[in-house]
Design a protein around this ligand. Structure first.
Ligand code: HEM
Length: 382
């Protein structure tokens, strides 16, 4: 995970190329390096702080929808996915999104194309571009591609024009939709604005380069967070005593008033919830495996790996390794308490966000908490 020789992604990611181009997730070499360096400030806390009202208002909509269900069982993943899509559209592009209440052709297309990409990753016949054109999903795939690319490019073009005409406008982006007053009035900067103001090798990014990165954030940011939230809710439902503890902690920090806006200082005080989230990401890592291609022959712990070999890093398997996580199938948030034995372990045993240079750039965005607890990997030092 730390070696530049394994910096290049495996060929599984090829099914994403037409959609994402070579954005951060799929690029390699110099393009990846320069873009990663340039995009890192986009995930700075100052930028993320702008997004708290978006997280808050969109999760209120989700909670209301669940309440309206009147306590009946509900298929949670589709609802959560619309919530995370809403959040990513507003924060990445600065465009108002109401995916949770209205059908949007763009968010539907993102959902559909992601499902098609996953289907192809696990199907070695239709993984091939040649074979895929004969599959019944090919037409919807092409339709989704067009919807997504047209939408992203039009948002970029409009935003670039606004910026050219009034550079100060970036301070007031994110949702200028009537009725969305909690967002419209404050000073906000979307990830897109940071991209529009970024120079790489002394020149601004082209619309196409920005499109690749915005589409990448949409993919990498919505499905992962939706899985994480869904499995967290599932884990809480399976362990009512843990759910009760989490509930008590939340009410002790935030109070009983459910309408209190949530901010980062509240979240930083939810210490037990933090352990629960970590344990949920351990048992159910939203990205269960990642792959790399070895660019040249390499000796890995005595095993010779020929050049051009695809390697899989099994995050799910690693997180279920009893050597590092005793009783791995048990949901035990306390195993992440600092004073427990976890610190004897290897820093790379727990990697829900991967590790090394190609770790998740959206980790802070996904967890939205302050830096000290971000260093969770460090706890696993040998
Ligand atoms: C719980 C939520 C998330 C999890 C578990 C997660 C996990 C991961 C993992 C394991 C990788 C490494 C992929 C690889 O090596 O192929 C990764 C990369 C990446 N993630 Fe996330 N992610 C999450 C949320 C997000 C969010 C919210 C965003 C953006 C807003 C994001 C953007 C990215 C990008 C752009 C990369 C590629 C980074 C690079 O190669 O430089 N992720 N993520």
């Amino acid at each position: 995970m730390t070696s530049a020789e394994f910096n290049c992604k495996g060929d599984d990611y090829d099914v994403l190329l037409e959609w994402l181009g070579t954005g951060l997730l799929t690029s390699s070499g110099n393009k990846w390096f320069t873009h990663r360096k340039a995009l890192t400030p986009a995930f700075h806390f100052k930028i993320l702080d702008n997004f708290a009202p978006v997280f808050d208002s969109k999760s209120t909509i989700l909670a209301r929808k669940l309440l309206e269900n009147g306590g009946e069982s509900v298929k949670i993943f589709p609802l959560v996915k619309l919530y995370t899509l809403d959040v990513i559209v507003e924060t990445a592009m600065g465009t108002a999104s109401e995916a949770q209440s209205k059908q949007s052709s763009y968010t539907l297309a993102v959902e559909e194309i992601a499902a098609i990409a996953f289907f192809r990753m696990f199907n070695r016949i239709f993984y091939s571009n040649f074979m895929f054109q004969f599959h019944k999903l090919y037409e919807p795939y092409k339709r989704c591609l067009k919807t997504i690319h047209d939408f992203t490019l039009s948002v970029i073009e409009k935003r670039r024009l606004t910026l050219l005409n009034s550079p100060a406008a970036t301070d007031k982006t994110v949702s200028q939709v009537p009725g969305d007053s909690e967002l419209g009035s404050k000073s906000k900067k979307a990830l897109l604005d940071v991209l529009l103001q970024t120079n790489i090798d002394g020149r601004p990014l082209t619309n196409e380069e920005i499109r690749e990165e915005v589409d990448t954030f949409m993919f990498a940011g919505h499905d992962t967070t939706a899985s994480a939230i869904t499995f967290l809710l599932y884990s809480l439902a399976k362990h009512p005593e843990i759910q009760q503890k989490v509930y008590e902690e939340i009410t002790s920090v935030i109070g009983e008033d459910k309408d209190t806006p949530v901010n980062i200082s509240f979240l930083n005080n939810l210490k037990y919830l933090d352990l629960v989230i970590k344990e949920s990401l351990r048992i159910f890592p939203p990205v269960p495996f990642i792959t790399r291609t070895a660019l040249k022959e390499v000796n890995l712990a005595g095993l010779v790996i020929p050049a051009d070999t695809n390697l899989t890093i099994g995050i799910y398997n690693m997180h279920h390794n009893a050597e590092y996580f005793p009783e791995p199938e048990r949901f035990l948030p306390e195993r992440f308490e600092a004073e427990r034995g976890a610190e004897k372990l290897n820093p790379y045993a727990y990697v829900p966000f991967s590790a090394g240079g190609r770790n998740c750039i959206g980790q802070k965005f996904a967890q939205y908490k302050s830096l000290p607890s971000m260093k969770s990997n460090r706890r696993f030092r040998k």
